[in-house]
Write a protein that binds this ligand. Structure first.
Ligand SMILES: [Zn+2]
Length: 113
């Protein structure tokens, strides 16, 4: 499951942060998840519950903010929400849109104890 790999990466970041800042418990993790990040929030929540067992983030609350996708046409410059990568521009029907936003997958906040 892709989300397990993603979760392992996030946990590494959290544990590195814990060593750096000296906290021993994380109460809440806030993530930004882009619509095109390829991560399914339900699966990520499951991976989080399983993957954080025995770690500093065990039992932490997981909050997820979904970031909608935004594209920009390299031809006419129009900006528009995108349903999928490589969708053509809705204004000129031309080239695939550049993705400005929607691939994010990052920790935006950690509440620690
Ligand atoms: Zn266009």
């Amino acid at each position: 499951m892709h989300e397990m790999t993603v979760m392992a990466g996030l946990l590494e970041i959290i544990e590195a942060q814990a060593r750096l800042e000296g906290f021993t418990r994380v109460a809440r993790v806030v993530l930004e998840i882009g619509a095109l990040s390829g991560v399914e929030p339900g699966a990520l929540r499951f991976a989080f519950d399983v993957g954080t067992r025995g770690s500093v983030a065990a039992g932490a609350e997981l909050a997820m903010e979904e970031i909608p996708c935004l594209g920009r046409c390299p031809g006419c410059g129009v900006q528009s929400p995108l349903a999928a990568p490589f969708d053509p521009c809705p204004a000129c029907g031309g080239e695939p849109m550049e993705i400005l936003r929607g691939r994010e997958l990052r920790i935006v906040a950690l509440d620690v104890e």
